[in-house]
Design a protein around this ligand. Structure first.
Ligand code: PGA
Length: 251
């Protein structure tokens, strides 16, 4: 059975007090048991606090990014070893904001993927087409090249540490969601691609999340699709009630 996952990407939101307050609320209100793994990705500076607060709660703390080099003269960057020493074992790579605003190409992302896997991370690998790609019906080709160039080179056994997150750029933070049918169509395409390029067993075992304006009132319909294994949530992960409302959508 594929893992179901609901992950909150807090982006550049929440100072240390807000981080503590949101985690306190999540911990107090979250269900005792759920079929999905709950992940939160605070900013780098709040990771240590988040790891300490969530200890023993089942909530997984992820980083939003990581540098591909081991160490060195990369001012402002954070390495795999630094994250590991803070007990962070999950990292989001390739988010569309990293691609669009920080120049992260498929080639750079392939290196980040290698570094993360070499250090034993679980990767949430993001990709998705822009509006112009969908309008010109290039969305399948764009997604295919993001996957082929960014992550399909990894060894088969490493797929156990990979979660994919399909996030159409036009749906991120816009209030425009892909319809459940559009999400399912793309997720099925991705799973078929993995089956052909990697193996049918890996395709069956890999969790594929949907991201882009998921809210409590549309989560159940999107998560109800057979190839959607959960979500990567931005805006709605900043309020405990909304995030947990989305989690309910997966049950
Ligand atoms: P959103 O962001 O839920 O605010 O659309 C999703 C994401 O960027 O991961």
């Amino acid at each position: 059975m594929r893992k179901k996952i609901v992950a909150g990407n807090w982006k550049m939101n929440n100072d240390i007090n807000q981080t503590i307050a949101l985690l306190d609320e999540l911990i107090a209100k979250k269900p005792e048991t759920t079929s999905a793994k709950l992940v939160v990705a605070p900013s780098f500076i709040n990771l240590t606090t988040a790891v300490a607060k969530t200890n023993g709660t089942g909530i997984i703390v992820a980083a939003q990014n990581m540098h591909q080099a081991e160490s060195g003269a990369f001012t402002g960057e954070v390495s795999a070893d630094m994250l590991k020493s803070a007990h962070v074992n999950t990292v989001i790579l390739g988010h569309s904001e990293r691609r669009a605003y920080f120049g992260e190409t498929n080639e750079i992302l392939a290196k980040k993927v290698d570094t993360a896997l070499a250090h034993g991370f679980t990767i949430i690998f993001c990709f998705g087409e822009e509006l112009a790609d969908r309008q010109s019906e290039n969305h399948f080709a764009v997604v295919e090249s993001q996957l082929r160039e960014g992550i399909f080179h990894i060894a088969q056994e490493n797929w156990a540490n990979v979660v994919l997150a399909y996030e159409p750029v036009w749906a991120i933070g816009t209030g425009l969601t892909a319809s459940p049918e559009q999400a399912q169509e793309m997720h099925a395409f991705i799973r078929n691609l993995i089956a052909t390029a990697v193996s049918p067993a890996v395709a069956e075992a890999t969790s594929i999340l949907y991201g882009g304006s998921v809210k409590p009132d549309n989560a159940a319909e999107i998560f109800g699709k057979p190839d959607v294994d959960g979500g990567l949530i931005g805006g709605a992960s900043l309020k405990a009630d909304d995030f947990l409302g989305i989690l309910k959508g997966i049950e």
